[in-house]
Design a protein around this ligand. Structure first.
Ligand SMILES: NC(=O)c1ccc[n+]([C@@H]2O[C@H](COP(=O)([O-])OP(=O)(O)OC[C@H]3O[C@@H](n4cnc5c(N)ncnc54)[C@H](O)[C@@H]3O)[C@@H](O)[C@H]2O)c1
Length: 283
């Protein structure tokens, strides 16, 4: 399918993981894609892969918690490909910490990346979408946007907020052609998740156990998020706005206390409380 011909998409964290799969998929559907990444070589490698496959891609170094980087990213996009028509707020970090030992800095870092950046990017891109008569913003949220899983504080607080941002912007701008939606993945096999499994004595067993938390019986792969993102960016989703699409293999359906035995200090998904997972969040 070539549903995104003529679109110019910015994908934050577009060089790896879920963002990498979205970048590849968007390019394969005809979009010109700008991959924003904190570490340029990571984005360059993915952009080169896309170009080798015949797509259009540009790598830009940008820390999405810095407004100057955001402004430069949008300016670079306009210069290279023209005004952006699609924004994917994918960059995110997982901060999991016992609430009482969480530092002010950890809270701020989580919110800066998982919520503030999505708003700042939206604020920078919206004038271009409105000037074009419309466009699409896609926020990569989480199952944690609707469910509080103990041991994961404050990540779900920020991801709940991301749904609020999605709906508020959809309410403000849908009548002017800008659709704003969210995707809520379950466990997706990115490097972070593989590294997390590796912390267990038997990583393969943990992988299977996590798969069992999903109704579908396995964890997902990044391409299974990229497909729904391409749908939301395309005119196939022309009547879809303010939506939070669960892409979680049915995890949220079966999550409500069933199948997730809660162990104090450990949490239901086996994630150890007290670990600041900000090391995860890639390059
Ligand atoms: N993998 C999962 O199981 C899963 C599940 C639900 C939601 N998510 C969400 O999906 C998104 C992508 O996660 P992923 O699993 O692919 O992890 P990942 O670490 O591979 O991707 C996160 C990306 O965000 C980028 N990033 C982080 N902070 C940044 C910053 N300040 N500036 C620019 N880029 C920054 C990283 O460089 C990386 O490219 C995140 O928002 C995450 O919360 C992932």
């Amino acid at each position: 399918m070539r549903r995104l011909v003529g679109q110019v998409a910015i994908v934050t964290g577009g060089g790896q993981g879920i963002g990498g799969a979205i970048s590849r998929r968007f390019a394969s559907e005809g979009a010109r894609v700008v991959l924003a990444q904190r570490t340029l070589p990571v984005a360059e490698a993915m952009a080169a892969q896309i170009r080798a496959a015949g797509g259009d891609a540009l790598a830009v170094r940008a820390d999405v918690t810095q407004r100057t980087d955001i402004d430069a990213l949008v300016a670079r996009t306009v210069e290279a490909f023209g005004p952006p028509t699609v924004l994917v707020n994918n960059a995110g970090i997982a901060v999991f910490q016992d609430p009482l030992t969480l530092t002010t800095e950890q809270w701020a870092r989580c919110f800066a990346t998982d919520l503030d950046a999505a708003w700042w990017l939206s604020q920078a891109v919206l004038p271009h979408l409105l000037a074009n008569g419309g466009g699409s913003i896609i926020n990569i949220a989480s199952v944690h946007s609707f469910h509080i899983i103990p041991g994961c504080f404050p990540y779900p607080v920020a991801k709940h907020g991301l749904i609020g941002l999605t709906r508020a912007l959809a309410a403000e701008y849908s009548a002017r052609g800008v659709r704003v939606n969210a995707i809520c993945p379950g466990y997706i096999e990115t490097q972070n998740v593989v590294d997390y499994f590796a912390t267990f004595p038997d990583p393969a067993a943990e992988r299977i156990r996590c798969g069992g938390l999903h109704a579908i019986g396995r964890i997902g792969v990044p391409e299974e998020v990229a497909g729904p993102a391409a749908f939301l960016a395309s005119s196939d989703a022309s009547f879809v706005t303010g939506e939070a699409l669960m892409v979680d293999g049915g995890m949220s359906m079966v999550l409500n206390g069933h199948g997730l035995p809660f162990v104090p200090g450990v949490g239901p998904s086996g994630m150890t409380s007290g670990v600041d997972a900000t090391a995860t969040g890639g390059s």
